[in-house]
Design a protein around this ligand. Structure first.
Ligand code: DX5
Ligand code: ZN
Length: 219
């Protein structure tokens, strides 16, 4: 089954609780934490993540677009954020970071930017709960999908990675089938789900339908 994880980055910041309720038919909630250093943009940190995780009936994951992710783990795991996704480009010690995230009771996942080759991940396949292939350069919602992500997902499967592959950036009902056909199992969508703030449930349903039709064709 394909899992849909709406990114609250594109939700109305004054009505995050409402956005959470509108996303209840999804499979998880994706929080984009940006530090103004690893990426140019600043968003929010554990303070808001904690409130969202406490209010969410769905599993919550944090996408850490931060330098020095090691410094930000326990405020999030203490807040019941169940999966921490760090960037390979942001750490020298990915293996140790995975261990530390598990020790704190969460699941470790690793994200890679468009410029990072998938071949560098092989030695860590067994440590990772999930791999996040970025289909935009991180930093903003609403960017156009980068088609090179499709080949990266295919390559990860060719290399033998059998776990979940999440794709993040520019996902909509047109691009979701491309990455699902390549082997992705989890889709992050921000602007597609929340740009029409009156009807996120229909967008989630449309994304799920587009993705699952493709997955059936793939079997
Ligand atoms: C981008 C973030 C994404 C973003 C996706 O840096 O990691 O999660 O919210 O937004 P859309 O779906 O609008 O590309
Ligand atoms: Zn993200």
């Amino acid at each position: 089954m394909i899992r849909i994880h709406p990114s609250l980055l594109s939700a109305d910041p004054l009505n995050v609780g409402q956005a959470l309720a509108q996303a209840s038919s999804a499979d998880g909630v994706h929080l984009d934490i940006m530090d103004g250093h690893f990426v140019p943009t600043l968003t929010f940190g554990p303070w808001l993540a904690q409130a969202i995780a406490a209010a969410s009936a769905l599993p919550v994951e944090a996408h850490l677009m931060v330098s020095n992710p090691e410094a930000h783990l326990s405020p999030l795991t203490d807040s019941h954020v169940g999966r921490l996704i760090f960037h390979q480009e942001a750490t020298h010690h990915a293996h140790r970071l995975c261990d530390e995230i598990r020790r704190l009771g969460a699941l470790p996942a690793m994200a890679i930017n468009p410029g990072t080759p998938v071949e560098t991940l092989g030695d860590l396949f067994s440590e990772l709960d999930m791999i996040l292939v970025m289909s935009v350069d991180p930093g903003w919602g609403g960017q156009a999908f980068w088609p090179g992500a499709v080949a990266k997902v295919e390559r990860l499967r060719q290399l033998g990675y059998a776990g979940d592959i999440e794709v993040d950036g520019g996902i909509d009902d047109q691009t979701a089938p491309l990455v699902v056909a390549a082997g992705a199992t989890v889709l992050v969508a921000g602007s597609y789900v929340f740009s029409d703030r009156s009807d996120p449930p229909s967008r989630i349903a449309a994304l799920r339908q587009a993705a699952e039709q493709t997955q059936k064709g793939r079997r």
